[in-house]
Design a protein. Structure first.
Length: 467
């Protein structure tokens, strides 16, 4: 069974997806940097690069966004165009855009510029595929495209048609907005991570949805009411509680930030991130097995397949991934290894491809990168040794401070606190996070004064009660 735990804090909102008590996915949305993927904009073309078959578009951001062009494209500098964000800006690169607008509903994806009806590859029952296509064709015209989602499995014509009409109405409103005013403009804002995940994934397999914020509770309740009123009973509000601690999420997050990941057998993975790619090394570790070396290695590699697929989802690792499995001799074992890895990767909704074994026995995986990984939120470069993403970030620190303030507010009578920080951490907080500290003060109605303490590590803090 699946649990969905949504932690709403001042700095961020996190959605944890738990399957069989294991954290398998974590969606992080910083409140100061809202989700941008799937947002639709009116943009102004600034620079057409014919040689690159691309152009750069002003959609109102600090950096120009990048739009790939078709060979016969008639787009010219100065034109107003409707675009959708496919990939958020990462590092020095601006957001990546698409001219093909798509709107995702509960059961269908509506693509007005297309004319094909396709169906999710995850829906494999041929009779059901045929039934769904026939139903959709009965009410969709030839001038738009539709993708039938996995969630449409078992749906009636009425449910599908209702979803289609809502998406078409939404697109018509976007087109009207496009014609109003001048300059870059946000035409449509996608749901935030948590609400979109609930809208797209709620089903009978979800045992419970836990939230710690009343506003988020009401928002999700409205979504569930629209989908199936029976699902409302799955929603649970646990206000003023550290729900990530209560449901053992935080401990699993902290483990996922380590380079070493232990396997049940005693083997382990080493996960190293570089700018160009991610390298995963599989080791037998403490596992010796009871059979031959080949059997021991084979069992370790198979166990590693499941954990690798889980870690890629959980850490949200994208781009090129190289896996160095332990060398095996038997050809059949190598084939089964790739098959097992592929089966576990099927659970990942992010587009990925296993490119097979190289001549050196390495497995190449390509996984689509859509946003920053969770380590970008929780970790930062160490200022003492220059190592990349090896020190707890200010984000990590402030989230933890808010949880401590919450416990003090609801489990003690203190209302005046002194927060002691390392000089480096204090400087960062005063420069970039005072608005967050002020919101924490207001949220919990507690006085918080900041003080420098050189004896504290830059990854830690100290709270003093002021009487």
């Amino acid at each position: 069974m699946k649990k969905i735990i949504i932690e709403s804090l001042v700095l961020s909102e996190k959605t944890a997806i738990v399957e069989d008590d294991k954290l398998v996915e974590l969606l992080i949305e910083e409140n100061k940097n809202n989700k941008l993927v799937s947002n639709i904009y009116r943009g102004i073309v600034k620079n057409v690069k014919a040689g690159l078959e691309a152009c750069f578009v002003d959609i109102g951001f600090e950096k120009l966004a990048y739009l790939p062009l078709k060979k016969d494209s008639s787009i010219k500098s100065g034109m107003d165009i409707m675009v959708q964000i496919n990939k958020e800006a990462i590092g020095t690169k601006g957001a990546k855009l698409s001219e093909e607008i798509s709107l995702s509903g509960r059961y269908l994806v509506y693509i007005p510029s297309n004319d094909r009806i396709t169906i999710s590859n995850r829906l494999q029952d041929e009779e059901e595929r045929f039934r769904l296509k026939k139903l959709v064709k009965s009410f969709v015209g030839k001038d738009c495209g539709i993708i039938i989602r996995t969630e449409a499995n078992g749906c009636s014509k009425e449910e599908l048609e209702k979803d289609f009409n809502e998406l078409k109405e939404k697109y018509d409103l976007i087109c009207k907005e496009f014609k109003l005013g001048i300059g870059p403009k946000l035409l449509y804002k996608e749901l935030d991570f948590s609400s979109k995940y609930i809208n797209d994934n709620i089903n009978e397999d979800v045992e419970v949805i836990v939230v710690n914020n009343e506003q988020k509770y009401k928002e999700i309740k409205n979504i569930l009411k629209h989908i199936n009123k029976d699902y409302i009973s799955k929603l649970k509000l646990q206000e003023n509680e550290d729900i990530f601690d209560l449901y053992r999420i935080q401990s699993q997050i902290e483990k996922s930030l380590n380079k070493k990941v232990w396997l049940k057998s005693g083997g382990y993975l080493i996960i190293e991130n570089t700018e160009a790619l991610t390298v995963i090394d599989v080791n037998t570790g403490k596992f010796t097995g009871s059979g031959s070396r080949e059997d021991t290695v084979y069992k370790t590699n198979l166990e590693a397949c499941e954990e690798i697929a889980r870690q890629l989802r959980l850490r949200d690792i994208g781009g090129i991934i190289i896996v160095d499995f332990i060398d095996m001799i038997k050809k059949k074992n190598k084939e089964n290894l790739l098959k097992t890895l592929n089966n576990h990767m099927q659970k990942d909704k992010r587009k990925s491809e296993i490119l097979g074994l190289t001549r050196l026995g390495l497995v190449e995986i390509a996984r689509r990168r859509e946003k920053s990984s969770i380590s970008d939120y929780y970790l930062e470069d160490c200022i003492f040794c220059d190592s990349t993403l090896s020190s707890k970030s200010i984000n990590f620190l402030i989230d933890d401070i808010e949880k401590e303030v919450m416990k003090i507010k609801y489990h003690t009578s203190y209302s005046d606190l002194e927060l002691e920080l390392n000089p480096i951490a204090l400087k960062k907080v005063k420069s970039n996070y005072m608005d967050i500290i002020n919101k924490i003060r207001e949220k919990y109605k507690i006085k918080i004064s900041l003080k420098e303490n050189e004896k504290i590590s830059n990854e830690k803090y100290k709270i003093i009660f002021v009487s």
